[in-house]
Design a protein around this ligand. Structure first.
Ligand code: NOJ
Ligand code: CA
Length: 573
């Protein structure tokens, strides 16, 4: 049943109490600022836009938000290229706007986590500019990874590493000192775009810079940090050559790489843990670490390191009973083994939205994205049905869950973006071979009636202007049916399904109960018990028997005694 639009989910007082360890059970909603809500009509979302829409997230029933970067940045990688870690980019507003956002969120009992991007800065960062203006071997260069090239002229990169976004991971500089012989011109490492030089994390000034960044935002009152590329900060001594396995995709699951998951990352997180602890027990670090297996990833959340780390193994698990059961068991064992909560996630700004991805078997590897030439035609109806079933399964699991803006509306990946609109550096660095991630980043539709579906106030004006001018990536003409106001209060809508799920998760303590698997005659059908709730997830096509009791949540229509395929139900007995 849909609930009235005005209903506000209960806020347990315990969540706000110091020492509550709120993050062990929290549902954390990812806001991608440039695509959430635009307050000033320039087509790009901003901080005042977010503040004005926070009530909608309370209505949804989440506990916290994570904001992707809004810091000073040339926006070469949508803000993951930071030029000033302690200021707000004018595109998104001002520090005062951030303070207002934080105050409003806290008044609504929403925690706020912000993004920390420590692996690399923007090439526009004053430190990198100073490095370019300084000589090889200088202290300014020592904050980054500058090296001499190989070969007689030094024109061969220092090693064979490839950028996650495609192309070489090294760029040669033009030395400022024109008197230098060309062979002296150095190269710098960038695991991502040329505009994102990697820091040298053995350098004490780098360590001190980031302690200061943490304190700057903790002093303002943030509840924690999502740590970008948390598997990449330390590089193997000597930067040895390494050739990735091409079948594994570009960015992830290359565990043997000399730049991923090196032991040197752990002292950094222990250091940060102590900085956060100065602010009490409830500030958190969440790692974006693409590390497998889960037993190794658990090292990131040992008691003196981070509080949480994303579970990408879960995200990448197909909609398949035995494989889902295994990843849940592996996660609970690995994270539980170090006293950390398991986390769960199905979508974010870097992956194909799960309402599309789950209709593809298999989906393209992470980072490749989808576009007109991919020649894959995911069925939106199948995708959304599986996505809702997968979400109902995820939100019943013990631990903390992450949602990505727009999934509560059932948004699919936008596949047919014109090449001219695409902005992901992946697209350009692979000459269009990989579409990248823009299809998951299209601005949200809030209201059916307005030009940008309520994303911003921009109207269609001037000769030649079109609806596309109202948002930085064009919203598909088919999106009115996904708009928030078209779903609010409508029984069976995806938005109402999410609201019911989040409310029932809270009522029945699903995040803190113990999970107990129940026997199932069909491996495609998973059944488990969590407190008073029996959860049944039918990943197959054959209907399964509905357990006895009262259905408190169903991801799609269920019969009186049957759970159809691609459907999850929660039953209270
Ligand atoms: C992971 C971020 O989520 C992604 O968007 C970004 O491009 C890379 N890290 C580089 O910062
Ligand atoms: Ca704006």
């Amino acid at each position: 049943m849909a609930r009235p639009a005005t209903r506000t989910p209960p806020t347990p007082a315990a969540r706000d109490a110091a020492g509550s360890e709120w993050w062990r059970t929290a549902v954390i909603y990812q806001i991608y600022p440039r695509s959430f809500a635009d307050s000033n009509g320039d087509g790009i979302g901003d901080l005042p836009g977010i503040t004005a829409r926070l009530d909608a997230l309370v209505e949804l029933g989440v506990d916290a938000v994570w904001l992707s970067p809004f810091f000073t940045s040339p926006q070469k990688d949508a803000g993951y290229d930071v030029a000033d870690y302690t200021d707000v980019d004018p595109l998104f507003g001002t520090l005062a706007d951030f303070d207002a956002l934080l105050a409003r969120a806290h008044a609504l009992s929403l925690k706020v986590i912000i993004d920390l991007v420590p692996n690399h800065s923007s090439s526009a960062h004053p430190w990198f500019q100073a490095a370019l203006a300084s000589a090889p071997g200088s202290p300014e260069r020592a904050r980054y990874l500058f090296r001499d090239g190989l070969g007689a002229d030094g024109d061969v990169p220092p090693n064979n590493w490839q950028s996650v976004f495609g192309g070489p991971a090294w760029t040669r500089v033009n030395e400022a000192d024109g008197t230098q012989a060309p062979r002296k011109a150095q190269w710098y490492l960038h695991l991502f775009d040329t505009s994102q030089p990697d820091f040298d994390w053995t350098n004490d000034e780098v360590k001190e810079l980031f302690r200061g960044v943490l304190r700057f935002w903790l002093d303002r009152g943030v509840d924690g940090f999502r740590v970008d590329v948390a598997h990449g900060l330390a590089k193997k001594e000597g930067l040895p050559d390494w050739t990735p396995d091409p079948s594994l995709g570009m960015s992830d699951h290359q565990e043997a790489a000399p730049y991923w998951a090196q032991p040197g990352v752990h002292p950094i997180y222990r250091d940060w843990h102590e900085v956060l602890a100065e602010y009490g027990p409830d500030r958190i670090l969440t790692g974006e670490a693409w590390v497998e297996p889960l037993s190794k990833l658990a090292d990131w959340v040992r008691p003196d390191e981070m509080q949480q780390t994303f579970n990408f193994t879960f995200l990448e698990t197909p909609w398949d009973g035995p494989r889902l059961k295994k990843v849940v068991d592996d996660s609970l064992a690995a994270f539980g083994g170090v006293g950390a909560p398991s986390t769960w996630v199905l979508s974010n700004h870097d992956v194909i939205r799960h309402a599309t991805r789950l209709a593809l078997t298999p989906p393209p590897p992470q980072g490749e994205g989808l576009g007109p030439n991919t020649k894959l035609y995911p069925d939106d109806v199948v995708g959304l049905r599986r996505a809702r079933a997968a979400t109902a399964f995820m939100l019943a699991l013990p631990g903390s869950a992450y949602l990505y803006q727009g999934e509560e509306l059932g948004l699919p990946e936008v596949i047919d973006l014109p090449d001219s609109a695409r902005q992901d550096p992946t697209f350009f660095r692979t000459s269009g071979a990989n579409y990248g991630r823009d299809g998951a980043r299209v601005p949200l539709p809030w209201d059916v009636a307005s030009p940008s579906f309520g994303f911003g106030p921009a109207g269609v004006s001037g000769p030649g202007a079109s609806r596309d001018d109202a948002s930085w990536l064009p919203q598909p003409a088919t999106w009115p049916s996904y708009a928030r106001d078209a779903q609010l209060g409508i029984p069976g809508s995806t938005l109402e399904f999410y609201r019911e799920a989040l409310a029932a998760r809270r009522t029945h303590h699903l995040a803190s109960n113990e999970l107990v698997w129940l026997p199932s005659p069909d491996p495609a059908v998973l059944v488990f018990r969590s407190g008073a709730v029996t959860v049944i997830a039918n990943t197959g096509a054959t209907p399964a028997a509905l357990p006895d009791g009262r259905v408190v949540l169903a991801s799609g229509p269920v019969g009186t005694d049957r759970v159809p395929g691609d459907t999850t139900a929660w039953i209270v007995t």
